[in-house]
Design a protein around this ligand. Structure first.
Ligand code: HEM
Length: 370
């Protein structure tokens, strides 16, 4: 029996070693359970404190996740600062009003104290967005973690990947299709506009110069138009207006109800009425007495959004500071047999568990055979 075990262990190590090279980490539930068990609790605690004093930040953090994922994938490229010779995404015209960077830095600092070098900025954005929804009385969405941070960011990528506030339904559907998101995902995720605010300049053409006509958008309720005109003078560059006129801090069905009453704020919101699939979803939610269907759908689409282009395994890095890529590590001194790059503890545990479990299964099969 002993010799069989030795033979089995020897034979199984060959395919195991081959398999190890192909082992891929994924965005998975509890990716920090071993390496930083309190990671998700720390994010939730910070978000609870932040939103208690600044509830407006919930919308900003949720939007941050969306604009991150649509450009280069969910890998925190939105957080990188511009450098000499490179204008980063955050300085692109379309992103000039993206907010919440200070919140991410605050959470990152807490996580670095608890578990240095373990939790990625991309995961912090995703978890902060998830908690923003929950803390605004929305669903508590179980999301995976294990995303790693990218090392590039370019303002030029933004207009190619993010739809503008003036998009038609055809443009919105085709932007979302690029990420395998359906028309249903579009109408569900647009429901995020149930919280947060928009600057007057994001919709003022609807008040003063719709389609260059010099008039207002006919699809704007008259009393809502009056209200918005009081808030926003034609060249107002600073004022903010709720995206959901019913309640901008509660994650509820008010956004859809507003759309059916011609009280949608952005052209892209109103556009959801122009397609059969998106229109019927808006109508159903607007007339629903329970948010349950919307909450379940939002959870599903939000999880798909959060996996777009995520970097895992050896791709990318865990940034030490969210606003800059890590400095290059010092070049190793020449040696006859160069050692592989050091793995972080999550990767070591992942590799060990793959090695162990595949080895055990193969050994068991071989012993059965002998
Ligand atoms: C369908 C295409 C979309 C367009 C064209 C769009 C456009 C916009 C615009 C123009 C603003 C206002 C920015 C400002 O003036 O400060 C905004 C805000 C916001 N967006 Fe979207 N968005 C879209 C989809 C999404 C998605 C998919 C999400 C999240 C899942 C999202 C979440 C938000 C939130 C929460 C805010 C409020 C931000 C704050 O309060 O700081 N949006 N969006």
């Amino acid at each position: 029996m002993d010799s069989k075990i030795i033979i089995a262990a020897f034979l199984s190590s060959v395919p195991v070693l081959l398999l190890l090279g192909a082992t891929e980490a994924h965005v998975e539930y509890g990716a920090y359970n071993i390496t930083c068990p309190n990671a998700e609790a720390i994010v939730f605690q910070e978000m609870t404190q932040i939103l208690a004093t600044s509830p407006d930040q919930a919308g900003s953090l949720l939007r941050l996740h969306y604009v991150d994922c649509f450009v280069r994938g969910c890998e925190a490229s939105i957080l990188l600062n511009s450098t000499a010779g490179n204008t980063a995404e955050k300085d692109a015209d379309m992103n000039k009003d993206v907010r919440g960077y200070d919140v991410i830095d605050r959470i990152k600092a807490k996580l670095e104290q608890a578990c240095p070098g373990i939790v990625s900025c991309a995961d912090i954005i995703a978890l902060a967005a998830r908690d923003s929804i929950r803390l605004s009385n929305g669903p508590n969405i179980p999301i995976g973690t294990g995303r790693r941070d990218g090392n590039g960011s370019s303002a030029a990528d933004v207009p190619l990947n993010l739809p503008s506030a003036n998009s038609s339904i055809t443009q919105l559907i085709s932007f979302f299709a690029k990420y395998n998101l359906t028309a249903k995902d579009l109408v569900v995720l647009s429901g995020a506009h149930t919280i947060g605010k928009a600057h007057c300049y994001s919709f003022s053409d609807r008040l003063y110069n719709y389609n260059e006509s010099g008039n207002s958008d006919p699809r704007l309720d008259a009393s809502y138009k009056t209200l918005l005109s009081q808030e926003c003078s034609p060249n107002d560059m600073t004022s903010l207006v709720p995206l959901d006129t019913n309640n901008a801090t509660a994650f509820d069905l008010g956004y859809y109800a507003g759309l059916t009453r011609m009280k949608g704020l952005l052209t892209s919101d109103v556009a959801l009425l122009d397609d059969a699939t998106t229109n019927s979803y808006v109508m159903r939610q607007a007339n629903s007495t329970s948010p349950n269907e919307f909450f379940a759908d939002f959870g599903t689409s939000f999880m798909i959004l959060g996996k777009i282009g995520a970097l895992t395994h050896s791709k990318g890095e865990i940034r030490r500071q969210c606003s800059a890529v890590n400095p290059p590590s010092p070049s190793p001194s020449p040696s006859p047999s160069p050692s592989p790059p050091p793995k972080n503890s999550a990767e070591k545990i992942n590799a060990f568990s793959s090695f162990f479990s595949v080895g055990v299964v193969l050994s068991y099969l071989l012993l059965q055979y002998y």
